[in-house]
Design a protein around this ligand. Sequence first.
Ligand code: GAP
Length: 512
Amino acid sequence: MADQNKFKKVIAHAKEYGYIFQSSEIYDGLSAVYDYGQNGVELKKNIREFWWQAMVQMNENIVGLDAAIFMHPTTWKASGHVDAFNDPLIDNKDSKKRYRADVLIEDYVAKLEAKIEKEVKKAAKRFGDAFDKAEFLATNGRVKQYKEKGDAILKRMGKSLENEDLADVKALIEELEIACPLSGSRNWTDVKQFNLMFGTKLGASAESAMDLYLRPETAQGIFVNFLNVQKSGRMKIPFGIAQTGKAFRNEIVARQFIFRMREFEQMEMQFFVRPGEELKWYESWKEKRLKWHLALGLGADNYRFHDHDKLAHYANAAADIEFKFPFGFKELEGIHSRTNFDLSSHQKFSGKKVQYFDHELGESYVPYVVETSIGLDRMFLAVFSNALQDETLEDGSTRTVLKLPAVLAPVKAAVLPLVKKDGLPEVARKIIADLKFDFTMAYDEKDAIGRRYRRQDANGTPFCITVDHDTLNDNTVTIRHRDTMQQDRVKITDLKALISEKVALRYWLEKC
Ligand code: GAP
């Protein structure tokens, strides 16, 4: 269920601890554009690295690419984005607010889902240990009604959007009596299509300038380079090309913080396969990608698959991995079986052959593609919102802790001299001077030790290393674990191995 208070806390915490700032804040900001602060940039880099290593380093048949953001404008004609990369928009005549028609309907369905969850909670309380959630969902009359109603609404909307029947999308909004969240009015305009690409110009003079688009997805840079990579890398099908980079969309409904941005980063992989084998690979990538998510330990219950009713113009199967954000289950990653649409289309528009000769089959074909596509910023929000917790401790006091997976934490360990004198700061600095070759480290000597621990907890630092007077005699320090708050006395020379064990990419990649 949506938790608006939690979401507000996430946004405030992200700002207070240098993770995310509103872009151009001193000029009152720019809607749906955000900057990453000193901790945010590290967390984002670590997520990107974890994805890159899992996709490229761990798979000998996947290689990387970094294509330019600017692409020849015909790219977007061929990909279908000029004609079909639209969102259905609707205006409320009283509030003058603009909405995505499909989002209004999806929000209505989300309310039905929230009602189901409420029923489940009530029943779980009533039946205690004997409660069987699956059986309850399958048999409870009211829950079944909500579910059937939600499914029917989404199915009808999917069909209407696929058939470009925008009148029916409006009719659905009216039948469901959906009101403008701002004014409460049901005075709606017709539904219209709105293209999401940002246009720009390339060239010195107005007359000769060429119209360009900022790429709305990174995938097309991979498609147009398919033959370059395949030939230069002597790649054999099946193989993949992975890329991370910025994408831009003129989103109509830009809200929910970094969930839906106008400038964002994608991590995409196109996997090229034999025609007819795409659905087998589609299933396999669905499974692999879910495993990658689960490896981070954010909780299996927080993920679910959503199979698409409405397929994009290029797909013959598509599913989202949805994550339970503070505002409910929403798309985190898409896995799409894109057929040979893109490569065939680039072949047609460029007039150049985009084919692969399969030596085993002794024939040429345009490969089929299975794509995995995840928003880096959206993954950031999933990790960050899941990690932020308020805990009541045994002594009744509370702490705010950011339980980031250690591999992703911006700072791996903070070194804290117990007091600012007696040579303790010097020893602390020496420990940092050694460990900084392996880990991002922080030094903090201000305030009482308890306050410093809390600061590092809220910052997401997995380890605090305290240097005290005993350290001067026996070269041992206290290492405190963020999540359990357990403290162990260890030798300085053992610190590297102890931290490594929990933060090394290998430990996390082995779970993928
Ligand atoms: N190449 C396929 C593609 O772009 P998509 O479902 O439109 O598919 C893929 O986008 C992922 O990119 C989404 O699952 C989401 O994580 C992320 N994404 C899309 N639009 C976004 C936006 N406006 N802000 C942040 N992330 C976005």
